[in-house]
Design a protein around this ligand. Structure first.
Ligand code: HEC
Ligand code: HEC
Length: 246
């Protein structure tokens, strides 16, 4: 077959395809079932493809916290959820999803995720409990935090945090290197009920932790973090935007 024969064979083939689909090649039909990935705004699809692997199916928790946790939803406003989803938490496993931060999702898709997560909230889930603030109002004191640990956590995590009969270590360098102080704070306030770790009211039933005790406890846990300079995941080493090297 010479060149011309090939060219006309291709032309016939192209025409046949065009007749079969009745449109110009490459242009999606109005009712096309294939949606470009960046056009997907269905929350369930976006969530299951991007978040479920770590936060669990339907937000029920996995390696990372349960986003359906009513205490988490009470303390984290939309701005916090949007910012974390868009920019991630550098130095932890939480990725940045916004295209502007190197991720794959458009602002519209991030909005759909924020609204979807918010729709999991049950407005009267906490009735008249006063929930401690998401962000610490005053710096914590690690000495006092050691005392708070004894009061609220040692019954399960052991006398020094290295694990007890009911729960494992929470002071291991390997664990603390992977989580931010903010995540420790969220965990203390919202608990990991799906794993059996109570929220701020449940560690000592009838005796909720005060906001100051929570800050102190986080300072104590944070002080157990290894200070090895080239720790692979030190919080500031990765993203210049968070104070790391430029
Ligand atoms: C590879 C695992 C992974 C994936 C995938 C992931 N996350 Fe996370 N996420 C984490 C971890 C780990 C943390 C805790 C980070 C820290 O230590 O601060 C976190 C924290 C969060 C927080 C903040 C919780 C807090 O303490 O305030 C939000 C909100 C969140 N993720 C939302 C999402 C959403 C929405 C998606 C999907 C678009 C997603 N995550 C996908 C691992 C993941
Ligand atoms: C009633 C027992 C109990 C009490 C009290 C308790 N925890 Fe837990 N905690 C658990 C269990 C069970 C798990 C999950 C399994 C494990 O780690 O062994 C857990 C897990 C955790 C985790 C790991 C979460 C993760 O991301 O994997 C942290 C952090 C934690 N607890 C912190 C605390 C702190 C801080 C206190 C005190 C304010 C506390 N817990 C009080 C039982 C408890």
């Amino acid at each position: 077959m010479n060149f011309q024969a090939i060219a006309s064979a291709l032309a016939i083939l192209t025409m046949a395809i065009c007749v079969a689909c009745n449109r110009a090649p490459g242009r999606p039909a109005a009712d096309s079932a294939i949606v470009r990935p960046d056009q997907i705004v269905d929350f369930n699809l976006l969530y299951s493809e991007n978040c479920a692997g770590c936060h669990g199916k339907n937000g029920k928790g996995g390696a990372a916290l349960a986003l359906v946790n009513p205490v988490f939803l009470a303390i984290a406003d939309d701005a916090v959820i949007r910012h974390t989803t868009a920019s991630g938490v550098s130095g932890t496993a939480m990725p940045a999803f916004a295209q502007s931060a190197g991720g794959m999702l458009t602002d519209k898709q991030i909005d759909a995720i924020v609204h979807g997560i918010r729709s999991w909230a049950k407005p009267d889930a906490l009735r008249d409990a006063t929930v401690p603030p998401y962000t610490a109002q005053a710096p914590g004191d690690q000495q006092r935090g050691a005392g708070a640990y004894q009061t609220y956590c040692s019954s399960c995590h052991g006398p020094d945090g290295h694990g007890g009969t009911k729960a494992s270590s929470i002071v291991d360098g390997a664990y603390l290197a992977l989580v931010s102080d903010r995540d420790l704070r969220t965990t203390v306030i919202a608990g990991r009920p799906e794993l059996g770790s109570p929220d701020w009211r449940g560690d000592v039933p009838g005796h909720p932790m005060s906001a100051q005790e929570i800050s102190d406890l986080v300072a104590w846990l944070s002080s157990k973090r290894s200070r090895v300079p080239d720790q692979p995941l030190s919080i500031t080493s990765i993203n210049p935007a968070n104070g790391g090297p430029q």
